[in-house]
Design a protein around this ligand. Structure first.
Ligand code: ACO
Ligand code: ACO
Length: 162
């Protein structure tokens, strides 16, 4: 049935660190963040992980260390045709495990005020809203971002002690 199929698809997923000589999967990274400039900046500071299914890259996440034993998930994305099948949740769980095994004490993730589905997912995974950076998207992005009929202006930060 549908539930079993989803579980099998998730199990067939392998997650690995992107090697330094490899080109980052921009098609995926830009789904989560329209600024190539910002993407390049945080990829250089952190680690990019890719999720593959039969050698196809279908997901990505980027983890960047902050101060005080905290790591931030700066980017997470699933290829459009694979969204809504539990892969995003699986990637988040994997990122949390990586953070724990690297000795981090907390993990952060930020998203726009207009990203209703992402805010739901992150809270379902155990994150709690911790801060709001007002006008972040107005200040750092050239274009107006609209989503769910809402202008994306503020960054909502969520945090989990691990
Ligand atoms: N209300 C309640 N729950 C919701 C809602 C909602 N509006 N929308 C989604 N959810 C829940 C689902 O029910 C599901 O939870 P469940 O497992 O309890 O059923 C979960 O959220 C969705 O989980 P997945 O299917 O695992 O999500 P998906 O594989 O689609 O990955 C992701 C999520 C990464 C956000 C994907 O949709 C994507 O790539 N989107 C485009 C890029 C993007 O927006 N990335 C995040 C930007 S912020 C950042 O990068 C830090
Ligand atoms: N994503 C994007 N837009 C959404 C979403 C979503 N997930 N959910 C709702 N909307 C939008 C709709 O698209 C619509 O916008 P649009 O006019 O641009 O299409 C709007 O929100 C909904 O508008 P209405 O149909 O006018 O809402 P409704 O008559 O259902 O009233 C209310 C909303 C008062 C919240 C009602 O659903 C209700 O009584 N809920 C139960 C009680 C409650 O929760 N009250 C609020 C508690 S907080 C407080 O009281 C201060």
């Amino acid at each position: 049935d549908e539930i079993m199929e989803t579980a099998l698809r998730v199990r067939g997923l392998s997650i690995r660190k992107l090697q330094p000589q490899e080109t980052p999967p921009y098609d995926l990274l830009l789904l989560a963040d329209p600024s190539r400039e910002l993407v390049n900046a945080y990829i250089a500071e952190g680690e990019c992980y890719i999720a593959e299914e039969q050698n196809d890259s279908i997901g990505v996440f980027v983890m960047v260390p902050l101060t005080n034993g905290t790591v931030e998930i700066k980017n997470i994305a699933v290829r459009e045709d694979k969204q809504g099948h539990g892969i995003g949740r699986k990637l988040l769980q994997e990122a949390i495990e990586i953070a724990k095994s690297n000795g981090y004490k907390s993990i952060e993730i930020g998203t726009g005020n207009s990203s209703i589905d992402q805010l739901a997912l992150y809270q379902k995974c155990g994150f709690r809203i911790s801060d709001i950076i007002k006008d972040f998207f107005v200040q750092y992005y050239d274009e107006v971002i609209m989503e769910n009929g809402i202008q994306c202006k503020d960054m909502i930060l969520l945090r989990m002690e691990i």
